[in-house]
Ligand binder design. Sequence first.
Ligand code: TLP
Length: 338
Amino acid sequence: MIDLRSDTVTKPTEAMRRAAYEAEVGDDVYEEDPSVKKLEAEAAATLGKEDALFVTSGTQGNQIAVLTHTKPGNEVILEADSHVFFYEGAAMSALAGVQPRTIVGHRGAMNPDDIEAAVRADDIHFPETGLICLENTHNKAGGAVVPLENMRRVYETAREHGIPIHLDGARLFNAAAASGKSVKAYADWTDTVQICLSKGLGAPVGSIIAGSSSFIRQARKWRKRLGGGLRQVGMIAAPAYIALTEMTERLSDDHEKARLLADGMSCLPGYEAAPVETNIVLVDVTATGMTAAAFVEKLKERGILAVPFGPYVVRFVTHYDVTEQEIYDVLDDIERIG
Ligand code: TLP
């Protein structure tokens, strides 16, 4: 099978498996696991934040951020197709007791004027705006990079109103690779940031949330409440350290493969690929007369996995476990599907 469903399907490298075996460990609930401490310190430095916390998943990291920044009854401003809103099982409402206020963005970027208009005035009828969430790269917008200038303007709006900003940076290293800017440059326009190490970077498990020391102290407590306080977790922090320090440079290879796939598909009749900036390719299959689900079934019969991302849109995600040759093979198969 050529698995293009997501960059979450990457398998840990040999070096990661060895690092897991050899990891120095301790009880991380007592903050005594040296491998976890090393990872958190490196992540905090890379993102330019005071402190960082290793969490089990991107969803857990985002939700700990929501829980830590807000109080029940708050409203959270976020993009209408953002992962936190669309794909996290309404966790912010179910767990934090906050309500989402969505804004439709352009390629994942919300207009700062729309944010300004959505911030609640002081009125007895209204919830308080407790948080603004951003996402970069933006998954549903096809891996679009939210420009730094947009993030800077959102930050200024947020600061005027004293509202914190959390960035879902599950694929922030992809944004950095595509733009040539550092992840810190993006994180500078946020209060807190979540990065995933288990997507295109290949760690078997884990995400990081980073922010001020006082934020991380409270976030650690939320992680424990959610059952995310783990013990000898250095076994997974050690491979995650490799993901953070050795796997980011090669992400532009994935972007190349995504462009190859998108350009190739656009040359075939019936397929229309959205602009590709990183490792996600969204293809509209309307003109083939098939639904996305039917097309994905046809792909599967040929040993190719992708996901329907809407009634007529299919998502392909490139990563290091798929070669350039396999992308050419996929294009040959799609040509045969017609
Ligand atoms: N996204 C997954 C699916 O949930 C859609 C994927 O295959 O892309 N933020 C963003 C922007 C994400 O894309 C994801 C995963 C997460 C957060 C959640 O990460 P995990 O899966 O570690 O909870």
